[in-house]
Design a protein around this ligand. Structure first.
Ligand SMILES: [Zn+2]
Length: 382
């Protein structure tokens, strides 16, 4: 395994160099506030040619650019906040500190996938060489050209490769003529307007319980003690596990529902937090729903399916048949309408209202922008 350790050391050197360039660019901007992004690109070359920082030239040139871009995006965000005259902190760019966590980002050169896509090699002068990609997700599903960046991320439990995919990706799909509304809840992950339910994944629940326990363990340990450090490390791992399982589940569920419908309407969960019971909103489901929503929007773009987030106001109270308001408490599981006699499962009634609302606003509401989040496939390497 000696060779392997050297390889990971080489990756860590690349990560350190990436951070060095990012911080140097920031320093350069602080000293010369008028510099542009282009000037930062040029400055990368200066750093690479400087005999005082010989390591800079070992990093792939496009990766050097990516480091400058990261520095620039922090600067741009700061300028933006100043322009918008946001009150309080403007987010003056900060230097990246050396931490256990770090990353290096390559663009389309400096790495190479093997023919079967089970291995990746890093080809710049750090000489990290070839790594096996672990995990079950099939990279073959994507075209090589769709990979716009490759990030190597060091986390508390090892090194990972992230493949950042082009969100312009589209896939063919036969129209199904179906529309659907989704009501997310605690009892089921969601109930749709046809009365189908998707269960909360049990393994996710288990991982979340484990996470809570790890959190308690950390708070019980003495600050600064060795045991506390150990407990923190374990907490980090538990966090990653939950994150990963949540994402896997959200991707599968979202892909499935978008692919089989021509129109998907769901609750705007940010508003939902304000409307519904605080205790409910604070629940562990929140993070999973947020992730689910992002993937619904992503797959909506991929498959060309319209997705709409609607305000959840009254969706559980209104009658989906006649539209009259039928007040009910959280514990009432069945909707019984005294006006038209309509009887339906509470969540399905809500899901139908969400669908109706979505269809009526579809003309006005655009598909939510993906924002800064990229679609990433994560893989451990070894
Ligand atoms: Zn009714």
């Amino acid at each position: 395994m000696q060779g392997k350790i050297k390889q990971f050391e080489a990756l860590d050197q690349a990560i350190r160099t990436f951070r060095f360039i990012q911080n140097s660019c920031l320093r350069y901007w602080m000293d010369n506030p008028k510099v542009s992004r282009n000037d930062l690109y040029k400055y990368c070359k200066v750093l690479a040619d400087n005999p005082e920082s010989p390591w800079a030239s070992r990093l792939n040139s496009q990766a050097r650019q990516a480091a400058a871009e990261r520095a620039w995006s922090a600067i741009a965000r700061f300028y933006d906040n100043c322009k918008k005259q946001i009150r309080g902190k403007k987010g003056y760019p900060k230097f990246k500190k050396a931490r256990t966590r770090g990353s290096v980002e390559y663009k389309v050169t400096g790495w190479k996938l093997s023919e079967d896509r089970k291995q990746i090699s890093f080809t710049d002068k750090f000489g990290a060489g070839r790594f096996k990609l672990k995990g079950t997700r099939d990279l073959n599903f994507y075209q090589l050209e769709q990979i716009k960046r490759v990030r190597v991320v060091r986390r508390s439990d090892g090194h990972y490769v992230q493949f950042v995919l082009n969100v312009e990706r589209t896939e063919d799909r036969e129209p199904t003529g179906k529309t659907v509304g989704l009501d997310v809840g605690l009892k089921y992950f969601y109930t749709d307007s046809n009365g189908n339910t998707v269960e909360n994944p049990r393994h996710l629940r288990r991982a979340e319980k484990h996470l809570k326990r790890a959190q308690r363990r950390v708070s019980r340990k003495v600050k600064g003690s060795k045991n506390r450090r150990k407990a923190i490390k374990r907490l980090g791992k538990a966090h990653l596990k939950v994150q990963r399982q949540r994402k896997d589940f959200a991707v599968k569920a979202a892909r499935c529902v978008v692919k089989s419908n021509d129109f998907v309407s769901f609750e705007d969960l940010q508003i939902r937090n304000l409307v519904k019971n605080r205790r409910l909103a604070k629940s562990i489901g929140d993070a999973a729903w947020g992730e689910f929503r992002r993937w619904i929007e992503y797959f909506g773009k991929v498959f060309g399916v319209a997705t709409v987030a609607v305000s959840p106001h009254y969706t559980s109270q209104d009658c989906s048949n006649c539209g009259e308001v039928v007040k009910k408490s959280l514990s009432t599981r069945t909707h019984v309408c005294p006006h038209c006699g309509h009887v339906q499962d509470r969540d399905q009634n809500a899901a139908i209202n969400i669908l109706k609302k979505g269809l009526s606003t579809a003309g006005h509401v655009g598909i939510n922008a993906w924002g800064e989040n990229d679609l990433c496939l994560n893989r451990a390497i070894g």
